[in-house]
Design a protein around this ligand. Structure first.
Ligand SMILES: Nc1ncnc2c1ncn2[C@@H]1O[C@H](COP(=O)(O)OP(=O)(O)OP(=O)(O)O)[C@@H](O)[C@H]1O
Ligand SMILES: Nc1ncnc2c1ncn2[C@@H]1O[C@H](COP(=O)(O)O)[C@@H](O)[C@H]1O
Length: 191
């Protein structure tokens, strides 16, 4: 199963991806988690990324492409994965198609079983959820910026995947259990 989880900050991507990846025994690959680990470890990458993350801006595409390329080449990523937080820009999505072609024996993202799940949640609910999550980038100013960046740079990917008939739209403004059930149904997996 090759899944991309999309949606605005606070939509529940990480929550659902973690749960379903455990259930389906495939890796949950969160670029945000990878970057936060690099910040904590004070790696060169973490030092480059921190200011962007604290401001609610996207980290430059090239850094993300390097991270994802390395991660997708690890042995546990051969049988499938849930990718959470990537791609987030049109250049990232184009890069990902090429990468899938390289690691997937010549089948590009367009031709493989990739599905892009979009979790839709209204802004007022997102802000409430994020303020109560209380991560370092969950203050009011950064949340507003992340939502703006999402609308400008990431939301266009919904049409990108819809045009390719790979989009699965799910209402994320439900309880966690209801969202999980919707996802299982939409992706036709019972367990
Ligand atoms: N269906 C839900 N109902 C209520 N709260 C939820 C739901 N799903 C997730 N949450 C809570 O909302 C917060 C944000 O969820 P989560 O971290 O999964 O979002 P995300 O889309 O991964 O966000 P980000 O892109 O900012 O990392 C968390 O505190 C989580 O517990
Ligand atoms: N795909 C990405 N492109 C650019 N920047 C990214 C990407 N994924 C994560 N980031 C940065 O990390 C924070 C937190 O990510 P979450 O997915 O919300 O945990 C994000 O605001 C970007 O600065």
């Amino acid at each position: 199963m090759q899944l991309i989880f999309m949606g605005p900050p606070g939509a529940g991507k990480g929550t659902q991806a973690q749960l379903l990846a455990t259930l389906w025994k495939i890796p949950h690959i969160s670029t945000g988690d990878i970057l936060r680990a690099c910040v904590v470890a004070k790696t060169t990458l973490g030092q480059k990324a921190q200011a962007y993350m604290d401001a609610g801006d996207l980290v430059p595409d090239q850094l993300l492409m390097d991270i994802v390329q390395e991660r997708m080449n690890q042995p546990d990523a051969t049988a499938g994965w849930i990718l959470d937080g990537f791609p987030r820009t049109v250049p990232q999505a184009a890069f990902f198609d090429t990468l899938l072609c390289d690691v997937g024996g010549g089948k590009s993202g367009k031709d493989c079983d990739l599905r892009a799940v979009n979790l839709d949640v209204p802004d007022n609910i997102l802000v409430t959820r994020l303020l109560s999550r209380g991560r370092q980038d969950d203050n009011e100013q950064t949340i507003r910026r992340r939502l703006q960046v999402y609308r400008e740079q990431t939301e266009p990917l919904i049409e990108f995947y819809r045009d390719r008939q790979q989009l699965v739209a799910v209402d994320g403004d439900r309880s966690m259990e209801e969202v999980t059930a919707q996802l299982q149904q939409a992706l036709s997996v019972d367990s």
